[in-house]
Design a protein around this ligand. Structure first.
Ligand SMILES: [Zn+2]
Ligand SMILES: [Zn+2]
Length: 243
């Protein structure tokens, strides 16, 4: 066992990041290309309705586009800017950050960077080789830069993935911590970090929920007036009388 360089939880050697942090990284790499579409749509300055009667709004803007958005979606530097030392100043465009890390990854793997798709610049490549990144010494810096990038993007688009809690308890730790975050591949447990596919969760749900419902009914029956228990579970009183 070693420690995750990102969150200091336990990580299986030779990993340098735990499965929970890998899951978050994978989620961000899936989110960034989707957010790029929203970012591009936010580029033009919104035309605000004039305030009050007669209008006192500004007649024209100093720039036809938003500078903060332009910084994010602007082109990368001609060559990759590798920031393993963490000494780059100023906000970097999305392309520059992803390009630099893709270049670092290709270097580690000993191959040339493959041609990229303009819609998902390097995010797909990084996600495909994430199993290497979570064994690299630089994973914490990669995580920090992606976290910062995602924070800056979300601040512009006012869009962030929502977490939808699920009703079955976690099969590993039994906490009610399972949920699914938009755009993420796996269902995860907030308490223990377990990851489940949608099929695994469906099978688990089918196996445990009928038993849980019976237990809940028994508990209600034992602690409350029987009629209340049946009402709480939506069972008509006549069903109670019939049993
Ligand atoms: Zn971690
Ligand atoms: Zn759990």
């Amino acid at each position: 066992m070693s420690l995750c360089l990102i969150c200091t939880h336990a990580a299986e050697q030779p990993r340098t990041a735990c499965t929970r942090c890998e899951h978050r990284l994978r989620g961000w790499l899936g989110e960034i290309p989707r957010q790029m579409v929203l970012l591009t749509a936010s580029l033009e300055l919104g035309t605000r309705p004039a305030q009050g009667h007669g209008g006192t709004g500004r007649a024209h803007s100093p720039l036809p586009v938003r500078a903060d958005v332009l910084t994010l979606i602007g082109p990368a530097a001609p060559g990759p800017v590798r920031d393993v030392a963490g000494d780059q100043g100023g906000p970097q465009p999305v392309h520059a950050v992803l390009h630099a890390w893709a270049d670092q990854l290709a270097d580690d793997l000993g191959h040339h960077l493959p041609p990229i798709s303009p819609r998902a610049p390097y995010a797909d490549y990084l996600a495909r080789h994430l199993d290497h990144a979570v064994r690299a010494a630089w994973v914490a810096l990669f995580h920090a830069e992606l976290a910062d990038l995602v924070r800056r993007i979300r601040a512009v688009t006012s869009t962030e993935p929502r977490r939808r809690p699920l009703d079955a308890p976690c099969p590993a730790c039994e906490a009610f911590g399972l949920g699914r975050v938009d755009w993420e591949t796996y269902i995860d447990c907030e308490a223990c970090g377990l990851l489940l596919t949608a099929d695994e969760y469906a099978a688990h749900h089918a196996a445990v929920m009928p038993g849980l419902a019976r237990t809940a009914l028994g508990l209600l029956h034992a602690t409350a007036a029987p009629g209340l228990a049946y009402t709480a579970l939506g069972i008509p009183q006549t069903a109670q009388e019939a049993s």
